[in-house]
Design a protein around this ligand. Sequence first.
Ligand code: ATP
Length: 381
Amino acid sequence: MPTAIPTSVAAPIEVRGLSKSFKNVTAVSDLSFSVPHGSITGFLGPNGSGKTTTLRMILGLVRPSAGTSAVEGVPIGALSDPARTVGAVLDSQSLHPARTALDHLKVYASAIGVPDARARQVLALVGLEDVAGRKAGGFSLGMRQRLSLATALLGDPRILVLDEPANGLDPEGIAWLREFLKGFAASGRTVLVSSHILREVEQTVDNLVIVSRGALVYQGRMEELRKSQQSRLLVASSSPAALATALAARGIVDARSLADGRLAVTGASVDAVQSVATRAGVTIFGTVAEHIDLEQLFLSMTTGQYVAGASAAAPSGFGPPPPAYPQQPGYPPQPGYGPPHGYPGHPGAGPHPGYGPPTGYPPAYTQPPQPTQGPMSGGPR
Ligand SMILES: Nc1ncnc2c1ncn2[C@@H]1O[C@H](COP(=O)(O)OP(=O)(O)OP(=O)(O)O)[C@@H](O)[C@H]1O
C-alpha cells in the first residue's frame, strides 16, 4: 500500500491573475490556473512564453507585478514546513563542481534540517548511489539533472516543481524520468513540470496548462485534448457555398470555407459528403482527409502557425495550404478554473522499481524545525 500522503483541502498549486513585467517586457499576463492533487501537470508553452517566470513566482523567487500564487492554499512564504511541502528543480547547472554528489546533498540536508542519512536515500531514489563519491563537475547533464532532482526530494515533499527537466536528456533518461514521476504521483503526490515540447511530456502528464506569450490558452486534462484530435475532410467542389448549405441541412454543420476555396468538413465520411453533394447538384473534384495530431494542435494554440500536414498531399491546383486551424470549441481560456471534477489517479501508474511505494519511496519521517534555506536547487535571483 502506498504511504498515505496528507493532502490539504486547497489545490497543491493555484495561481490567480498572475502577471509579471520586466521593464517593457510582459513575461506573464493575468495567468490563472490550478494544479490538481495527485496529478502530473504539464506546464507547456514555447520558449519565452513565461513558464520559468511563473514557476519562480510560485516559488517566491520573483515578485509578481500583479496577482497571487498559493501552495496548498497559502503563499509559499507562509508555509510552516516548506521543504516537506514543495521541492523544485529550476536549474541543474547550479551544482558546485568540486563537491561530491553525497556532500552536495548533505549540505542541503543540513540546511533544511533533515538527517544526513536522507542524502543516501535520495541518491538511491534517482539511481545515483554508485556515483555518490564522485564530483558533480564531472557529471553528464543527465546525472546533474538527477542530482538536482535528488536535492529537491530531500525534504520528502508532497509537491515537485520541475522546470524543463527533460532538457538535454537522452531517450533513456526521458523514459526514466517519466517512470519516476509516475511513481511519485502514484504515491499521492503532485508534479508540475514545464516543457516547450508537448511530445516530450505527452506520455507523462495527465493534466495540462498551456501558455502562449505569458497568457493561458488551455487548461484541462490530457485525455480531453486527445479526444479533440479529429480528422476533417478538405473538399474541392463546384460550389462550396451550396455544398455547405446542403451539408447543414443534413445536420453536418461543421463546414468551413478555406482560403483556397475548399470546404473543410468535420464529422462526415467521404461517402456522406459525396451523397449530399450529388443530391444538391454539386460536383466534387476531390477530397483529402486531414488528421490533426496533438503537436499540431499545440502549435495552433501557441503560435497560430499550424501547418496542415495534408496540404502536401492535396491535389495540385488547389493553391496554398489552408490558413491556421481554428481553435477548437472549448479551448479558449475558461473563467473560474478549479480542479477538474472527479480527478482520477493516473491510470496504470502503479509503483515503479526504484521509486514509489512499497519498495522505493521511504516512509515519511518527522523533521526538525526548518532553517532559512529552502529545498530549491538554485538560489533566489
Ligand atoms: N530577469 C528578466 N529580465 C528581463 N526579461 C526577462 C527576465 N526573465 C525573463 N524575461 C523575459 O520574459 C519572457 C518570458 O521568459 P521565461 O524565461 O519566463 O519564458 P520561458 O517560457 O520559461 O522560456 P524558456 O523555455 O526559453 O525558458 C521572455 O521574453 C524573457 O526574455
